[in-house]
Design a protein around this ligand. Structure first.
Ligand SMILES: [Zn+2]
Length: 322
């Protein structure tokens, strides 16, 4: 673990410069975006910090009742939610981007998808709160609430026997955790696929926990092109990627530990250097950060350090020209 601690410390230090300059962007609604809220899907550091904070607050609390106002939220019906009445919360942990709420012989597996949040409230939800998807009412009037913003209902939960969690499809198909990072040989074997690094690192079956925000940051930190294929990486590049992955995710978590209090807000102050920073100077070399717009996300990179000086074609523009 020494190597990963060092990597985390160096990434945190490299990042300090940006933080001191007040460059902590808050991910929020882009100008002109439709709908009231556009949320970034929580990834490994965001789910991990939420799991830690919730675990700290609710471990030992007893569930009075559990209800699912979300019509399609529960993906299981046996055992029924009613069986949670009287059960104590034994812990809350994370696997990939999933929460696992440990409930003795049972466990709740929760996926926030892109717009869900799992939060603790000291009052019970109003029946008119249309964002409510799943409510765990705890003794002392506290409520653990799965909420989802926007009109789509995509966040989901499964109530399973605790022993069935690891073999559940959502968990069993996950690759190893991105943080702490796997060993270099293990990572090299995982990434040895003829696929571009950007989608490959976001593929939860390959490695678990990275999404659209942190993939940009990790590739930038490692100075690797998002379009390099996993199978084209040499040993030195795999190691750079491993250190960047471990360092940036670890530093993000450390950052959240320092800046967040007992509760995790809807919008997190994500310590990002290039993601959503197109047009700004690269914090390392000053080159303009470029972006490629896809239908529902944006890929950001530094051309000077990642693509050999080449600015890649933005598909949004080519689509407009068709
Ligand atoms: Zn740069």
């Amino acid at each position: 673990m020494r190597a990963s601690t060092t990597a985390t410390a160096s990434a945190a230090a490299a990042f300090g410069a940006g933080l001191r300059a007040g460059r902590i962007p808050v991910e929020d609604t882009p100008p002109g975006a439709p709908g009231a809220y556009i949320f970034t899907m929580p990834e490994l550091p965001e789910v991990e910090i939420a799991a830690r904070r919730i675990a700290r607050a609710v471990t030992g609390a007893r569930i009075e009742s559990a209800v699912a106002p979300g019509m399609v939220t529960m993906k299981t019906f046996d055992p029924p939610l009613e069986s949670l009445a009287g059960v104590a919360v034994e812990g809350v942990r994370r696997r990939g981007k999933l929460f696992v709420v440990e409930l003795g012989e049972l466990a709740l597996v929760i996926h926030l998808m892109s717009a869900g949040r799992l939060q603790l409230f000291d009052k019970r939800a109003s029946l008119r709160d249309r964002a409510s998807r799943l409510l765990l009412r705890l003794d002392g009037d506290c409520e653990l609430r799965l909420r989802e913003f926007g009109t789509q209902q995509r966040a989901w939960a499964k109530l399973l026997p605790a022993a069935a969690v690891e073999s559940d499809e959502a968990v069993a198909t996950l690759g190893p955790e991105a943080w702490p990072a796997p060993s270099a040989p293990e990572l090299a074997a995982l990434l040895d696929q003829p696929r571009h690094l950007h989608p490959l690192l976001r593929d939860q079956r390959t490695i678990a926990g990275i999404g659209r925000s942190w993939v940009d940051e990790i590739l930038w930190e490692a100075r690797l092109s998002p379009f390099k294929k996993g199978s084209e990486l040499d040993g030195e590049e795999v190691e750079r990627l491993r250190v960047a992955m471990d360092g940036r995710l670890g530093a993000a978590l450390e950052h959240y530990e320092q800046v967040l209090g007992d509760t995790v807000p809807d919008k997190l102050p994500m310590p990002l250097a290039v993601h959503r920073r197109a047009g700004e100077p690269c914090p390392r070399c000053g080159t303009r950060v470029e972006a490629i717009h896809y239908r529902d996300y944006v890929l950001c990179y530094c051309p000077q350090e990642q693509t050999g000086g080449r600015v890649l074609k933005d598909r949004r523009l080519s689509r407009l020209l068709k």
